[in-house]
Design a protein around this ligand. Sequence first.
Ligand code: SF4
Length: 514
Amino acid sequence: MISTKNPKRLIVILGDHLDYQRFLPADFDPSDDLFWMAEASEESTHVKSNKHRIVCFLSSMRHFRDHLESLRLPLAYHQLNEGGSSSTLSDYLEADLRKWKPETVRMTKPGDFRVESALAEIISRQGVRLQMVEDEHFLCSSEEFIQHAQGRKSLRLEFFYREMRRKHQILMDGDKPLGGDWNYDKDNRESFGKQGPPPSPSDRGSPPDSTTLEVIALVDRLFPDHPGDLSSFRWPVTPEDADAELDRFISDALPLYGRFQDAMWTREPTLFHSLISAPLNLRLLDPRDAVRKVEDAHLAGHAPLSAAEGFVRQVIGWREYVRGIYNWKMPDYRSDNFLGADQSLPEFFWTGESDMACMRSCLTQVLETGYGHHIQRLMVIGLYSLLRGIHPHEINDWFLASYVDAVDWVTTPNVIGMSQFADGGLMASKPYCATGAYVDRMSNYCKGCRYNPKESTGPNACPLTTLYWSFLDRHRETLSSNRRMSMQLRNLGRLKEDKLAEIRKAADCHLHQS
Ligand code: SF4
C-alpha cells in the first residue's frame, strides 16, 4: 500500500533485518513514512549463493512483507525480476529516491559493509539525509563493544563473554557464574566413539508453505546452476517457525548438545545442534528469548549446565563478539592476509568431489543443504583451507555464498580471524591447525577414507597431516614469537631434514593434483 503523496521518509528494511518486534520506529508517522524493501538479484549472485540461502532470505522477506501489509502499513516492495534480468539494491533505491524525493532515508545499520557503503553513496548523491540507527537486535551496541575493545592489548572472547553474562544476568548466581565456573568448554568436546551417535532428533525444520514453495520454484528457475537441493528445504522463515525450531531444539537436542558439540559423523548433518542460526541472523528470533528459554530449561532440570552454558556462550558470547569485531574493524579487516596465503580455491569446493572423506562429506552436505555445524566449518573445511594456504578472500566469499545463515558480519570475522588467522591474532590466540588425527578423534570420516591420518608421506598419507607439517614449516619464522605455538614448532624441529623434504614434496604434489 503506497499513499498518493510523496513520502518524506523511506524506512529501508533489508533482507536480514526482519525484526518483527522492533521494525516500527517510535516516531513513525503513516502520512509521511513509507517502508521500503527490495529483492535484488545481486544479493544472490555477488557471491554464488546456495539456493537454500537465497530461498531463506526471499521467503522470509515475503512473509515480512505480508505482515506489514496485514497491518496496513505503507510499503514499497520490489519483487525479484521474474524475467531474470539482474538488479541491485542501489539501482532500486536510486530510482525511488529520484521518483519520490524524500527528505530522509532511515536504515538500521547493515550487516554487510558492501551494502552499507553502496546505499550510503546513493543516498548522499541524491542529496537525501541518511538516518542510520543502531541494530537493537543485538545485546551489545557497536559503541559498547569498542569501549570494551579499545586499550586492550589483545581481545579474548572469555572476558567479553563474562561481561555479557554479568550485565544481562544470564546463568548467574548473584555476581557469580551459576555452578561456579564461567565456561564448561572442556565438557563440550566428546566424540561418539566406535558405537556412533545416540539417536538424534529427526523431525527438524518447518515444511514449506505456499509462499516458500513459490520462492523455491522461482529460485530453481532463476539460479539453476547455483548449489543446493531445495527438495529438502525446511528452514524457518517466520517468527513462529523459528520459535517452533527453538522449542524442538530445547526439548529434543539440548540435553546432549553440550557433550557432543564438536563431534561429527557421516550422514548425520545436524546431530544435536540448534539450527536456529539462520532465523537468528535474519532477526526472526530474538537472542534474549533464546538464551532465557535455554536457561529456564536448565533450571527446570531438563538439561545439564554444560549444555546450557555452551549454548549461551555461542549466542551472547561468540555471536555478539564477532559482530563487534566486524563493526569495529571493517572495511580493512576483509583484506587481512597475515600469513600471505595465495592459493586459489580448488574447484572441488563447488562439487564436493574429493577423495578426502572428511572434505567430501562436509562439502557435499553444505552444497546440498546449506548447512554445516561449527566444527565441520572450522576444523575440516576451514582447517584444510588454512593448511593449503587458500587466499582468505576466496575462502571468505565461499563461506558467505555457501551457508544458509551467512551474512558478512558473521562470516568475515569467523573466516578471516578465527579460521584463517589472517588478522594475525586479533581474534584467536593461535592458528587452529591440526593434523588428520583431530578429525579421526572427533568423527568416523577417516574409517571410510583411502588415506591414513597418521601418515604424512607415502601413498596413504593424509593430506591434512602432510599439509599440517608443511604449514608449520612455511610459517615457522612468523609463528615463532607465538608462545602458544611453541610445542607444535618444537615437534616440527624434531623432524629430520630428509623427512621434511619428503613432506614438502608430498604437499606440492597434493596442491598440483587437487
Ligand atoms: Fe580426512 Fe585424512 Fe581422515 Fe581422510 S584420513 S578423512 S583426509 S583426516
